[in-house]
Design a protein around this ligand. Sequence first.
Ligand SMILES: [Zn+2]
Length: 174
Amino acid sequence: MNYLFYLIGAVILSKAMAMKHPEKISKHITFAEAIRSSTAIRYGIKNIPNSKQLENMELTAMHIFEPVRRHFNIPIRVNSFFRSKELNKKLKYSNPKSQHCSGQAIDISSLRMNVSNADLFNYIKDNLEFDQLIWEFGNDNSPAWVHVSFSNNKNRKQVLKAIARNGKKYYINY
Ligand SMILES: [Zn+2]
């Protein structure tokens, strides 16, 4: 009998712990897609933001992702959003100061042929408040994806282009 109570208690406790996270970061971003990472799965890394990181994610989603989503009115892919420090270290080209680790940066790409990643990039550049916007690899017509961050303290409005040379990542001014 005691064992049964213990079991019920454990189930309730694990449910309560799972409930600590909201289901959504914003209207169009679920918590699950905001923490998704194939690398985290591969290495068995828990990729869960704390409350401060979560607050930053909500701000980035509210000030960047949702306005882009609203403007183009198409589904936008969240390539990468939150990354714990442990996960960040495992990634190719990882930057120890990555704003993904604070929940301030998001990587996005278009899921429709009639809207390019360059369109997303240009819309953000010309219309939104952001800290850093990066044209990530790709070619001159379109980036492979768009990296963008938002800071509630000070937005630098820095626009960069990321290129790969000899297996290293370099940033040049856009
Ligand atoms: Zn990024």
